[in-house]
Design a protein around this ligand. Structure first.
Ligand SMILES: Cc1cc2nc3c(=O)[nH]c(=O)nc-3n(C[C@H](O)[C@H](O)[C@H](O)COP(=O)(O)OP(=O)(O)OC[C@H]3O[C@@H](n4cnc5c(N)ncnc54)[C@H](O)[C@@H]3O)c2cc1C
Length: 445
């Protein structure tokens, strides 16, 4: 997806340029074959207000996109009116108050660059071009989120155009139910977010990367070790295991144990990653470089080049699990054996959430997060790889607590993404704010 440069316009199906403009909203390289009736490229809040009024008048269902990073193109539905928010990407920072007001079309990397000027920080997404629009609604698992909380826990307010065609501010004190719902509803949110008000933080002084690479034959012992050390890994570390068919340095199937650390001193970074550098499996690692100073933007850039290249066709799915690793391993081995070629990959995050979070819609997480990303370029391979992620997650459903909406694939496989109580509450709030069901909701609901 390119940063939009053109001015906002309204296009209807059949007009020249309509198809291209619709497909440009999407990170996913494939064409799902469905089209909205109307596409509104909003330039400002007034465009959004009039788009919502038009949808009400003409009985068109509304879908919304900002950065188009929904893997399965949640915003592309047959008929209806699609509002593209990518042009609303302004950033205003109040350094004294440690607050930022940001448009939903702002790229993660752009917010980071702006904050860097004032030595400030926000737990942005790991991919540079994920936009705050969808990222914050689904929770937001970003840089340093194990310390700073989910990105949505750093939202102090949002400006929303409702289904009634009104602009409202939602926070803990104003429209508290709408605010509660926005923090976790993800693609089921029933309004258009036009601005986020964010709490920002002092920038960590040191960002570094600890890593070890193992051949696939060590899968079992690496994952059992990760399960053992995971609960004690300092929260400054994002402890992840990545399976690929071409692991760094060995160019063959392997496991990359990755431990980015964000902290206040080099000494602390070394101490926090000692669980890896002094770990019992070090001798078995094919590659064990020393702790390297690397910025989060460089890590994001390298990941994008390697595992998130543009123009791919995707199939993703995921699960949260508290199951013992011994029960996860057979499924994991099957996943490793059947993984499509590079840049497909599998990510396990040793997450270990805090005991309590603020009261918000977001409500499903677990000790381990397992996500499968199948990627291929050629449409002819759709039948071969298209169900790899969902089939494997289906086979492991008995171990799952539910899914993360970040990597959802609800169009293909239904799964629990909110606690039952929060799901019921969100539906009650939706009935109040969007009684006619003007906004599209989660696929399959
Ligand atoms: C390469 C890649 C890397 C990723 N990395 C991370 C990561 O590190 N951490 C993480 O947590 N997630 C990550 N994700 C998942 C990503 O955060 C979600 O897909 C998120 O929804 C993307 O937001 P978006 O605005 O770019 O996408 P969009 O596709 O535009 O938005 C997704 C959905 O959110 C809703 N929405 C978007 N904007 C608005 C708005 N202004 N008002 C109302 N509703 C709106 C719509 O329902 C839309 O369909 C990644 C995704 C990709 C493709």
């Amino acid at each position: 997806m390119q940063r939009p440069r053109d001015k906002g316009v309204m296009l209807t199906r059949g007009q020249p340029g309509f198809d291209a403009a619709v497909l440009r909203t999407s990170f996913n390289g494939s064409d799902p074959g469905v089209r909205p009736k109307v596409l509104v490229q909003a330039n400002d809040v007034f465009d959004v207000l009039s788009a919502v009024k038009r949808a009400r008048r003409e009985g068109l269902k509304i879908s919304v996109c900002s950065g188009g990073h929904s893997w399965m193109q949640n915003h592309l539905r047959e008929g209806g009116l699609l509002i593209d928010m990518s042009r609303l990407n302004r950033i205003e920072v109040d350094v004294e108050a440690r607050l930022a007001v940001v448009g939903p079309g702002c790229w993660s990397v752009d917010l980071d660059k702006r904050l860097r000027r004032d030595d400030l920080f926000f737990p942005i997404a790991h991919a540079v071009d994920v936009c705050l629009g969808g990222y914050l609604l689904q929770g937001g698992f970003g840089w340093n989120s194990r310390v700073l909380g989910l990105a949505c826990e750093n939202v102090v307010g949002l400006d929303v155009v409702t289904a009634q065609g009104e602009l409202v501010h939602a926070s803990e004190h104003e429209h508290p139910d709408l605010f509660w719902a926005a923090l976790g509803a993800g693609p089921g949110f029933f309004g258009v977010v036009v601005r986020y008000h964010l709490k920002v933080h002092p920038r960590p002084k040191v960002t570094a990367l600890a890593m070890q690479v193992f051949r696939m034959r060590h899968l079992e012992e690496v994952f059992l070790w990760a399960e053992k050390v995971g609960p004690q890994v300092p929260r400054s570390v994002e402890f992840q295991l990545l399976l690929t068919r071409k692991a760094t340095g060995i160019f063959s199937p392997g496991i990359e144990v990755i431990a980015p650390v964000l902290t206040h001193s080099w000494r602390q970074a070394r101490e926090d990653t000692a669980f890896l550098s002094k770990g019992p499996l070090r001798a078995k690692a094919s590659l064990a470089p020393p702790l390297l100073p690397v910025s989060t933007s460089l890590m994001s850039y390298l990941a994008a080049k390697r595992i998130f290249p543009p123009g791919m066709r995707w199939s993703v799915d995921n699960m949260w699990t508290d199951a013992p690793m011994s029960q996860i391993l057979p499924g994991l081995q099957r996943i490793a054996d059947t993984m499509p070629p590079m840049p497909s990959h599998v990510l396990m995050i040793s997450w270990h959430p805090p005991e309590a979070r603020q009261d918000m819609a977001f409500s499903v997480e677990g000790k381990h997060y397992l996500a499968l990303y199948g990627e291929w370029r050629d449409q002819a391979d759709d039948a071969r790889y298209g169900n790899w992620a969902t089939d494997n997650m289906k086979a492991m459903e008995h171990l799952s607590k539910g899914i993360q909406l970040a990597d959802e694939n609800l169009g293909k496989r239904q799964a629990r993404f909110l606690s039952d109580a929060h799901f019921d509450r969100i539906q009650r709030i939706r009935a109040e704010y969007d009684p006619q069901g003007l906004f599209q909701t989660w696929k399959g609901h």
